[in-house]
Design a protein around this ligand. Structure first.
Ligand SMILES: Nc1ncnc2c1ncn2[C@@H]1O[C@H](COP(=O)(O)OP(=O)(O)OP(=O)(O)O)[C@@H](O)[C@H]1O
Length: 244
């Protein structure tokens, strides 16, 4: 099923066209990488999907329904989760409580009282702590985590809200090589329940984990296809040889 469809999206900031007629589709159960030189429009596209930036024209469909008129909160409720570059952890709270807060913000009161009891919620949080190698550090303040661990905590918080699509903007920035490798394996393990759209500057990382890649340059799609198709594209080579 096509989970996310972007159709002819354009965004202008005054005289500057950040996105021009951008179209792409992301299928359930896949990782879709967005790459391109600095200023090519990757973050603007992510912000349009989440609802932080209003497109000038075009449409965004999530699970085949238009969402462009919906608020960020409505989009989150429908299943779009986000981890952007700006850190969103509560530094003075424990690692555990950060995830608990995220999970509770998603669970409706009635659900909390019934099937998603405190016990069920605790099991989910324990699983996330384990997956993200944060179990040992669950009682420590989030401020005491390394940069890489804070990034994992933020992804875990986004997942606690049970998204069906997760948007990640440079999730491995500042991570060590082993941390990147663990992040890649983790992201691949998530996709049966949650598709991912990811922006990354680390080309080898994004090539290794993505099913499809879309390359942007100066707000336009240069190429969208499988990793092999994009790697073989002469237009893409030109962008990377002349502009990166
Ligand atoms: N709020 C804004 N107001 C005006 N111009 C903006 C705004 N946000 C982005 N831009 C411009 O839009 C263009 C695309 O920026 P964007 O941040 O989307 O690119 P990017 O591909 O994510 O870049 P980077 O890889 O450097 O993060 C740039 O020229 C940028 O200066």
């Amino acid at each position: 099923m096509t989970l996310l469809q972007i159709a002819s999206l354009t965004k202008r900031f005054g005289a500057l066209t950040a996105l021009q007629d951008v179209s792409l589709a992301t299928e359930a159960g896949t990782i879709h990488g967005l790459i391109g030189p600095n200023g090519s429009g990757k973050s603007t596209l992510m912000k349009c999907i989440v609802g932080d930036v209003e497109p000038t024209s075009g449409e965004i469909l999530f699970e085949e329904k238009p969402i462009s008129q919906q608020s960020t909160t409505e989009r989150a409720r429908r299943g779009i989760g986000v981890k952007f570059q700006i850190t969103s952890v509560f530094e003075t709270l424990s690692v555990y409580d950060n995830i608990l807060l995220a999970a509770q913000s998603h669970a409706r009161l009635a659900t909390l009282a019934l099937s998603r009891s405190r016990g069920a919620l605790a099991d989910e949080i324990d699983d996330l702590l384990d997956q993200f190698k944060l179990w040992e550090r669950r009682d420590e303040q989030a401020a005491d985590l390394s940069h890489g661990e804070q990034q994992w905590l933020e992804i875990a918080m986004a997942l606690a809200r049970r998204p069906r699509l997760l948007l990640l903007d440079e999730p491995t920035a500042g991570m060590s090589l082993p941390e990147r490798a663990h992040t890649g394996a983790l992201l691949r393990s998530l996709i049966s329940s949650c598709a991912i759209v990811i922006v990354e500057h680390d080309l080898s990382f994004i090539r290794d984990i993505s099913d499809r890649l879309t390359v942007l340059d100066r707000g336009r799609v240069v190429k969208s296809g499988t990793v092999g198709e994009v790697q073989d594209s002469s237009e893409v080579k030109e962008v990377y040889l002349t502009r990166v």
